[in-house]
Design a protein around this ligand. Structure first.
Ligand SMILES: [Fe+2]
Ligand SMILES: [Fe+2]
Length: 187
């Protein structure tokens, strides 16, 4: 692992050529215990798994917050916003599943430990009982998630295209969430 192959363009008679690194292709036939992670992956697997685990914690806290808000808003007979909270809870669940799946593909362990959840999460839990306070807390959490995913995407860049794509698809949904919440807030 962590053997960086030589995939730079080769100089040949003043002309640049694009050529694969055959030794890395051969190395990919070995280390089968690394699964989907091949030699060109680079040395950042642990860092990316850590970033993903913090994002997983964030999603799990968001699921709990939105579920709490769904049942509380339902009790206040605010069914439209309650339904919105539930839709968000379900979409955060899908995000958590995509992230956990990617962690396993990278040979890491998805951390679902409830003990450290709020410490590792970027966004906060919230137990407001008033509707506007709930919308506000969710908007803050979505904005934190947007900021965290934006930073992760720029850190990862071309280091792991698959993880970046997963994060990009999640980011666009967090932006929709924030947009919807800000409409409710001003409504
Ligand atoms: Fe999410
Ligand atoms: Fe969200």
């Amino acid at each position: 692992m962590n053997m960086k192959p030589n995939v730079q363009p080769l100089q040949n008679a003043g002309e640049q050529r694009l050529q694969l690194d055959q030794s890395a292709l051969d190395a990919a036939k070995r280390s089968l215990e690394d699964g989907a992670v091949t030699p060109s992956y680079g040395p950042w697997r642990e860092d990316i798994v850590k970033l993903l685990n913090d994002a997983l914690a964030t999603e799990l806290v968001c699921i709990l917050r939105y579920r709490r808000h769904y049942y509380t808003a339902k009790g206040l007979a605010s069914s439209a916003i309650a339904e919105e909270f539930m839709v968000h809870a379900q979409e955060e669940t899908e995000h958590s599943e995509k992230i956990a799946e990617r962690i396993v593909q990278l040979g890491g362990e998805p951390d679902f430990s409830p003990d450290s959840l709020t410490r590792r999460s970027h966004a906060d839990y919230d137990a407001s009982s008033e509707l506007n306070a709930m919308i506000r807390a969710n908007l803050i959490a979505e904005r934190v998630a947007i900021e965290a995913y934006t930073q992760m995407i720029s850190l990862i860049g071309d280091k792991d295209v698959t993880t970046r794509r997963v994060l990009e698809s999640i980011l666009s949904q967090e932006q929709e969430h924030a947009d919807e919440l800000s409409d409710w807030l001003s409504a």
